[in-house]
Design a binder for this molecule. Structure first.
Ligand code: SAM
Length: 183
């Protein structure tokens, strides 16, 4: 299949419902970092969590890009108003491969992932309920696989605005500091 130009690929954002601020900050942070690292533009977070958004913002200041976390008060209203294809990731859904061609043709996709409990209305509001394999695992894993299927695994290199970038190597760790403009 010919590679689609970046401008032709779907724009992707993620909605995480059922975040429990103060109870599972690490897991939701990993949802955010995974969304960012694999090419999503935004994480919409229900309920909002300003501290978490700030932490992810600091990652972006170091490693670049324009990813941001935005709080959502009413997730149902948000899903209904979304201008694009709403895809709920759930182990009970259709196989990813069956839906992938339609997703690749979409202009804009909202992947919705749940937490410990998933509101039942989500199954009816989503355009597609899609499984990444039909075994229970994790919202982080489901999101990573779905994004990598659509976008591939990101290539090395500094992102726009980064102050730091990884230099890939066989062994050890190397981080390059990117000089700011005019430095
Ligand atoms: N008890 C929840 C339920 O009723 O679906 C499962 C919670 S699971 C720990 C958290 C989230 O991980 C789910 O809402 C879903 O988004 C994602 N997830 C877990 N396994 C998945 C799978 N096999 N395919 C797609 N998404 C999955």
């Amino acid at each position: 299949m010919p590679r689609r130009r970046a401008s032709e690929r779907p724009r992707i954002s993620v909605l995480r419902v059922g975040h429990r601020a103060g109870r599972d900050p690490r897991l939701t942070t990993h949802v955010a970092l995974t969304a960012r690292a694999f090419g999503a533009e935004r994480l919409y977070l229900h309920p909002p969590d300003v501290e978490l958004a700030g932490r992810v913002d600091r990652v972006g200041r170091q490693w670049g890009g324009t990813f941001a976390v935005e709080g959502v008060d009413d997730w149902k209203k948000f899903v209904r108003a979304f201008d694009g294809t709403v895809v709920h990731l759930t182990m009970y859904g259709r196989p990813f491969a069956a839906v992938a061609p339609a997703l690749r043709r979409s202009k804009s996709i909202l992947f919705v992932v749940g937490g410990a409990k998933v509101p039942p209305q989500l199954y009816g509001l989503a355009r597609y309920n899609v499984a990444i394999g039909h075994q229970p695992h994790s919202e982080v894993a489901a999101l990573a696989v779905a994004l990598a299927e659509l976008r591939g695994i990101p290539a090395p290199g500094a992102w726009p605005g980064a102050t730091h970038a990884i230099v890939p190597m066989e062994r050890g760790k190397s981080v390059e500091r990117i000089p700011a403009e005019g430095e």
